[in-house]
Design a protein around this ligand. Structure first.
Ligand code: NAD
Length: 316
């Protein structure tokens, strides 16, 4: 079987100084990529900064004989994000793929969510992903080629009772990914989201009860909660061989699956006069029925699907 190679390609990994990002960066370097290791060197909660985390991974990659450049900027700062792309261009001359992975976590009971947690979580995850993707996209447009892998989370795609702000930011990344994918496709730029799961230091900053529950569950997975189990999908999505775009994938304890948003066939109300709340009550089972659904690919896609349904109902 031929190996997926990154020879001659440049891949940026944000938040590559720890956990998942480090694992992606090491594997990409082993596969021949020029790797940009970005990391702010901050705590799990996003406090402080240091060059130590990025430098450690740069040393590891060099020890493997890999080609690597370091960047210590915050993805949450637009000029910092631009500097990450500049680091890649200055060192290697192009940007083939970006893995938006940098992240922090803060969790609390919803009634106690501090305003500043919403700000910092949106800044790092949602805005940071947009800033880095946008700067890379501009280069990729000129190249007519690019791969963008954004990091969402089960906390955003499915929710978690203590992760309102984190979940909001991570769900926002899905919407961002879908729009980048639609814009990028005609230009050879593919964009997907992943929802990884791994026992990393991130578990240190969730509430103790949830942490205990997660840890007890994670023990059942033997090794498959290690960052390495998340690497294969992310490496594939970042590669030239991937032709998927506009998708989200979950990685959980050794299983890789597609996550999608479906729209039920629903109830066809009148089109000449709006239905009433009582009509909705009467037809709610039909609205909820998930045995028949479609997967609209865009706003136009949903409208076109409705046009198709409506015209198929017109008398011949
Ligand atoms: P981690 O804490 O081990 O590593 C995250 C790295 O991101 C750190 O080195 C940190 O310094 C860096 N970072 C944080 N803010 C940054 C910023 N503003 N700019 C640049 N770098 C910054 O965490 P991890 O578990 O490896 O998580 C990686 C990504 O995966 C995160 O986006 C996280 O939300 C997501 N995720 C993780 C899990 C999990 O189970 N570990 C689950 C779902 C999603």
């Amino acid at each position: 079987m031929n190996k997926i190679s990154f020879d001659g390609q440049t891949v940026i990994v944000t938040g590559a100084g720890n956990g998942l990002g480090r694992a992606y960066a090491l594997e990409l370097a082993k596969r021949g990529a020029n790797v940009v290791v970005n990391d702010l060197g901050t705590s799990v909660a996003g406090v402080g900064q240091s060059s130590a985390a990025a430098d450690k991974v740069v040393t590891e990659i060099k020890a493997l004989g890999g080609k690597v450049a370091a960047n210590y900027a915050s993805v949450a700062d637009p000029s910092g994000a631009d500097s990450i792309i500049r680091t890649a261009l200055d060192a290697f001359g192009r940007v083939d793929a970006v893995i938006n992975n940098a992240g922090i976590i803060r969790a609390s009971a919803f009634e106690n969510v501090p305003d500043e947690d919403l700000d910092i979580l949106l800044d790092v995850h949602l805005k940071g992903t947009l800033y880095v993707a946008r700067a890379a996209y501009r280069v990729m447009l000129k190249q007519g080629y690019g791969r963008i892998v954004n990091t969402s989370s089960a906390g955003g795609l499915f929710g978690d009772d203590t992760m309102a702000c984190y979940g909001a930011a991570k769900a926002g990344i899905l919407g961002l990914t879908n729009s980048i994918a639609l814009a990028g496709k005609p230009h050879g730029i593919l964009c997907n989201a992943v929802a990884p799961q791994a026992a990393t230091r991130m578990g240190d900053n969730i509430d103790p009860e949830t942490a205990q529950k997660f840890m007890a569950l994670q023990k059942l997975f033997v090794n498959s909660m290690s960052p390495e189990f998340n690497v294969p999908l992310v490496v594939y999505l970042a590669s030239r061989e991937c032709d998927s775009t506009h998708a989200a994938y979950s990685i959980c304890g050794g299983r890789i699956g597609r996550v999608f948003i479906g729209l039920t066939a629903g109830w066809e109300g009148p089109r000449d006069i709006a239905a009433t709340a009582e009509d909705v009550r009467e037809h709610f089972t039909r609205i909820e029925d998930r045995s028949r659904y479609s997967l609209p690919e865009s706003v136009t896609g949903e409208l076109m699907e409705r046009v198709g349904t409506i015209t198929s109902q017109l008398p011949a």
